[in-house]
Design a protein around this ligand. Structure first.
Ligand SMILES: [Zn+2]
Ligand SMILES: [Zn+2]
Length: 172
């Protein structure tokens, strides 16, 4: 679903309550897909000749990888949206990057490509499992959230020895 008949939109607003599934054909390879369906609610109404306005919300879970420890992260994504759609022969609309164009031959307003774009904008470019994730040891690869290794200790003591040899006092 998430497609609405343009002729009925001309006469009256339509309530939106739908789901965008993670296997919907609108997704492209490499997209950060939702974990489960994205729920979409709101309303589409006519905003002028050949123009429509969607005001609503999307809510979904994003499954991502922690940038520091590569562990699984589930992030909740939700946002309110105000989107404008216009027929592509509207010259002003065609120049406006914030307007989604509707194919002149279309009978339906398909919200999915616009929702996909909104989702991509909302998906964080990198995720953390927690603000204080300790990450992986760059030397041995151990997950420092669950285990300890002595790599850091060893390089610290080498550093201390070096500073000691120079006779300087470390500044912080
Ligand atoms: Zn992490
Ligand atoms: Zn290590």
């Amino acid at each position: 679903m998430l497609s609405y008949d343009l002729r009925s939109l001309e006469s009256h607003p339509v309530q939106v309550a739908g789901e965008l599934a993670p296997d919907d054909p609108v997704w492209k390879e490499g997209d950060p897909r939702p974990d489960g369906s994205i729920s979409v609610t709101g309303r589409v109404s006519k905003a002028g000749p050949g123009k429509f306005y969607f005001h609503g919300r999307l809510e979904g879970m994003l499954r991502a990888e922690c940038r520091r420890c590569l562990g699984d992260v589930a992030e909740e994504i939700e946002d309110e949206m105000h989107l404008i759609f216009a027929e592509e022969d509207d010259a002003d609309a065609a120049e406006d990057p914030d307007v989604y164009l509707i194919d002149a031959r279309a009978n339906e307003l398909d919200l999915r490509p616009a929702l996909r774009e909104q989702w991509l904008l909302l998906a964080p470019s990198y995720s953390l499992c927690s603000e204080d994730c300790k990450g992986l040891c760059p030397t041995c690869g151990a997950d420092r959230n669950v285990t300890t290794c002595d790599c850091a200790e060893r390089s610290d003591s080498r550093w201390d020895a070096l500073r000691g040899a120079k006779g300087g006092h470390p500044k912080h």
